[in-house]
Design a protein around this ligand. Structure first.
Ligand SMILES: Cc1cc2nc3c(=O)[nH]c(=O)nc-3n(C[C@H](O)[C@H](O)[C@H](O)COP(=O)(O)O)c2cc1C
Length: 183
């Protein structure tokens, strides 16, 4: 059976929380589902025009935090309200400090954050490419110094169900299980 292929059947979609400052240093955050790793140390996001895009056009920087099971409420809020009208960070009760590397806020409620410089931004296509210059992680989500997804509990956006799902159990070993068929 053929199904509607145009509308968001490409999964998983992430829950990327983009943090920016405006020209007065007021922090803002938005939720973006459309994004991916596009090179070593590079992230690409697809954005319409928002307060967020106005902000990084001026500062040349942004952060990307990962939505988690523990941050669902604030993550969704950052996608349904605009920083043009409301200080979302304050309303959500979040705490921020400035990244040591880029002119963008780190939202302390999120345990994992990328600090990015704008590498390129095309308002016509909506493609934002960021250079990841540093990353910050809470000790609580690390095992042997590496990000442990079972501790982070990142969420994905499920457009069909209109819901957030937590990333689940390990079901196979990458670059390994397929070797059985290669012999
Ligand atoms: C689950 C979800 C995913 C979203 N994904 C995107 C996206 O990928 N790109 C985009 O431009 N807007 C996306 N949005 C919409 C923005 O988050 C929303 O317009 C927000 O209000 C923009 O905030 P700002 O005006 O403070 O920058 C998404 C919203 C939600 C709830």
């Amino acid at each position: 059976m053929e199904i509607e292929g145009k509308h968001a059947v490409i999964t998983p979609e992430g829950v990327f929380i983009i943090g920016t400052y405006d020209e007065n240093g007021i922090p803002n955050a938005m939720n973006a589902a459309w994004g991916m790793q596009s090179d070593m140390g590079e992230i690409t996001l697809m954005l319409s025009k928002h307060k967020t895009t106005e902000n990084f056009e001026k500062t040349g920087a942004f952060t990307v935090a990962f939505g988690t099971a523990d941050t669902v409420l604030i993550s969704d809020y950052f996608g349904v309200e605009t920083g043009s009208k409301v200080n979302k960070i304050e309303k959500a009760g979040c705490h921020v400090h400035k990244s040591a590397h880029v002119n963008a806020p780190i939202i302390e409620e999120y345990p994992l954050t990328l600090e990015c410089k704008v590498r390129s931004w095309n308002p016509e296509t909506g493609y934002l490419i960021g250079e990841i210059v540093a990353s910050q992680a809470d000790e609580s989500i690390l095992t042997d110094g590496k990000v442990d997804l079972s501790k982070l509990r990142p969420i994905i956006f499920d457009p069909a169900a209109g819901a957030y799902r937590v990333v689940g159990e390990i079901v196979g070993k990458a670059f390994h299980d397929g070797l059985k068929l290669k012999q």
